[in-house]
Every structure is written in C-alpha cells, then in structure tokens.
Design a protein. Structure first.
Length: 300
C-alpha cells in the first residue's frame, strides 16, 4: 500500500534530481527553490525509510535503493501522464469495416479491391471474415457484418437482404496438369472412374453441380471429398487424379499459374452471379460505399 504522505511532487523532484545529479538544477527545472527541493527529497527518504542519494561527492549519486526506485517511479509517472492524456484527449476511434467474403471472391476480387480501397482510405481498418454463406449472411442480418461478397444468396435465403450483381461466374471442373482425362477423347461416364471433389450440401453451387452430373448420367455421384477451400482442394488435386467442381474464381490464380487446368466439357455447368449482399433498407456508411466502389472497379 502506498504511504499516505506520498505525493506526486516527491516523485517529480526525485526523478529530476536523479536525472540531473544536482538539487539546484532540479529546483530550476521544477521552478522551486533549492531549499524546497532539498526538503522534498528528505521527506521522500523519510517516507521510504532509506537513503536515495549518496551525498558524499560534489554530485548527487543514486544509491542502490535509489536506482531501483528511479526505475519503477519513472515508469509509474509515465503511465499516469499517459492515462491523463488519454482521458483528456482520447484518440479518434479508427473506422472499421466488417466484410464477409465467400471463397469465390476471396482469391481475386476482394484482395484487388482491398488494396485499391487502402490507397484511398488508409484510415479504415478492413476486417475480413471468411466462412460458409449461411453464417456470413446470418451475421450480415444481425448487423455484425457491413456487407458480404460472393455468390447471390439462394432462393429462400434472401430475407431482409438486397443483392448487387458484379459479374457472372462459371462453375468448372479442374484437374492437375497431365491428368488422364486431358490426353484424349473421353466420355462423361469416365468422370466416375476418378475421385470427385464436390461442393458440400451447404455451398451455393452444390445443387447446380449435382444437377449437371445427373444430366450427363451420373445420377448418384459418390464423391471422395466435399470441399470449397482452395488450400485443401489445390493440394489434393495436384497430388492425385481428383476432379474438383468449383467456382472458377476460387481457382483462377492456380489456373493462371498452370497448377490447375479446366477440364473441357461439352456442356457448360450452371454458373451464377457474384456480387454484394447488403441489409435491405440500410444506407451503407461512407466507408462501405467506398469499398463497394472499389469492388465494382475491380470487377471490371
């Protein structure tokens, strides 16, 4: 417990004397008389019950106890001054934009838009969250997200939401370079001879992929994997003969790099619009409007 007689003037006088090594210099810095400064130091030593300075030489030198007290008293005074500054002149709260991103927009569109937005609004902290569409749309409705970027919500899941379309995107089958199905003519039935990676039931492209498989005669597909994650899908596909049905935007960087190849098909898979989901009736904040503009520019 602090001594009831300890005052801030004791700390200031002690720290200035320790810094300057002279009572007269400390008195001048504090705008008090030398006797007053000397009395303050004696009071502090009486309160603590130890000698803080060695007075045997021309210059005051800290004793071992004085050095310990200087370290902790200096830090304590600095913390008090910082606390006072924060209370009297609190820093302006940094604007924060909460954005939900679905996999199809996470590898190209949103990173490009985020960098462009950073150039125009470096003051805004962009808080990006990825996850399944049902979770992100739920958080959007609850106000925990400002907007969600990805495929248009499926019918029945658009309550209280509006959707701004940015572009149409294909769903494609991708394989590794050198995959057996790339070497010559093949039939759709040959797909069943290779491991399939399909979107899980909760993914917005799941129904369209299974409908297409049904249309080409694979009525009961037995996938080896269900996944829409780039990190997992890329590793599995490049290390095996797996055929992965996925939104083109998820794997576009891997296709451009030559790590994955779109498997040619005679029938185009159903795709869908990619865009921005917002709460219905809400007027987006200026920060959100700025990021929406960056998304629209990146989508060009």
């Amino acid at each position: 417990m602090l001594h009831s007689h300890l005052r801030l003037r004791h700390l200031r006088c002690f720290l200035e004397t320790a810094r300057l090594g002279s009572l007269s210099a400390a008195a001048d810095a504090l705008h008090v008389s030398q006797p007053a400064a000397s009395k303050t130091i004696r009071e502090l030593e009486d309160i603590l019950g130890v000698r803080l300075f060695d007075r045997s030489g021309r210059k005051l030198v800290l004793t071992p106890a004085g050095r310990v007290y200087q370290t902790h008293a200096g830090a304590a005074l600095a913390d008090l001054e910082r606390a006072q500054t924060l209370v009297l002149s609190p820093p302006a709260e940094r604007p924060r934009l909460h954005v939900g991103v679905l996999p199809t927009a996470a590898t190209g569109l949103v990173p490009r838009a985020a960098l462009a937005f950073r150039d125009t609004r470096p003051d805004v902290l962009l808080d990006v969250m990825t996850g399944p569409n049902w979770l992100l749309l739920s958080l959007l409705r609850e106000g925990q997200l400002d907007l969600v970027v990805g495929r248009m919500p499926p019918a029945g899941n658009t309550e209280a939401l509006t959707f701004r379309r940015l572009y149409w995107e294909r769903v494609v089958p991708v394989v590794r370079a050198g995959h057996p199905l790339l070497r010559g003519e093949w039939d759709h039935a040959d797909l069943a001879c290779h491991p399939l990676m399909l979107p899980p039931a909760g993914a917005m492209i799941a129904a369209s992929v299974r409908s297409w498989l049904h249309s080409v005669g694979i009525t009961d597909p037995q996938p080896a994997f269900e996944n829409v994650s780039l990190a997992f899908g890329r590793e599995v596909v490049t290390r095996s003969d797996t055929v992965w049905f996925i939104s083109e935007g998820v794997v576009r960087p891997e296709i451009e790099a030559g790590a994955l190849v779109i498997l040619p098909i005679r029938n185009e898979l159903l795709g869908g619009p990619v865009g921005i989901s917002l709460r219905d009736g809400d007027d987006p904040r200026p920060e959100a409007q700025g990021f929406i503009a960056a998304l629209e520019a990146a989508a060009q």
